[in-house]
Write a protein that binds this ligand. Sequence first.
Ligand code: ZN
Length: 413
Amino acid sequence: MRVTAAFNKLLRLPGVNVANVAFAADRVVVDVCLRRRRLECPHCGWTTRARHNLQAHTSSWRALDLGPWKVTVRALLRRLRCQECGRVVVEAVPFARPGARFTRDVEDLVAWLATKMDKTAITRLVRINWRTVGEIIARVVADELDPHRLDDLFEIGIDEVSYRKQHNYLTIVADHRTGDVVWADEGKDTAAAERFFDALGQTRAHKLQAVSMDMGKAYPKVTVERAPQAVICWDPFHVVALATKELDVVRRAHWNQLRATADPVTAKRFKGARWALLRRPEDLSDRQHDALLAIKRAGGAVWRAYQLKESLRGIFDPDLRHSDVSALLDRWGAWAQRCRIPGFVKLARTLRSHRDGILAAVRLGLTNARVEGLNNRVRLITRRAFGFHSAKAAAALVVLACGPINLTLPHER
Ligand SMILES: [Zn+2]
């Protein structure tokens, strides 16, 4: 078998024939020729037989490695004047996405890896820097995202996550029925929510039955304007998070008081108990469990605040019925009102004024666990995207990892 025929079989690049193979220091350079005569616009797919001029354009792409060898695919491309786009462009190739310096096989592999592996592992395995990985992901998501993913949305959640040390935000929209992230983009608050509703369009927005969100953000206003028929629900996940925050305020105040009045050992031991208070009891280590028992014995505001937080979390247990939740929520409010901890008294008032939206979330089965599960998944992925230079790439990674995309690996095609 000739070496060109062997590389035709090895690389399996659609639409081209291998014309020449040369070995350089660290790579194999494979020259290919397009089989088709017609020239195709890479942006719109318009085709023609007419070349714009005789000038040839040498392009190269990185293909999948062959063992330790990097593989560079090279082709002489022609130019065409696209009647649709109204400009002169270099023709498209069937084995790579427009503007890419990698073949489709490499990009699909990298995108798949990015949902499974951390940054260090990918960059070392594939020998591509992380910034480039971000660009690849943005391209793959734009290409593979199901255009119908916004079609049948009835119950959605809209939320923001901080990206890159609190300075940048992504707005994430999830379909509660499937648990998929269907939309993600940079920014937070009104502008981001409006961009989502623009993408959704009026017809689809009017099909929404419920939209869940965090209390006190800008999303409700936009939702009421764009989808007036939808019930606004307050995510139990965020409701519980508010109680956890108030508990932390009480804990810190107590710690500061200990530092000022008690011996340093007691203060230090109490500081170590932070996670015992903030984690859920079933996740505690033996030592944390002991720390919690000590806090219980000591009693006082810290223990009261802990009980309030845990009982509020218990109200959103998925096994409870809607009518139970309604009664328990009222009882919790009455208890919190009398607890003499200002933060919880205020929280009780907040929950009373948001009662309908909280109960709507429960009625629709938006349990704490479900929303929290998705939240954790999204946060894990955003942390991985820190090194990307753009929020767009980070948003693309979230959609890629948590969205309705089925990535096919090269050998599965
Ligand atoms: Zn075009």
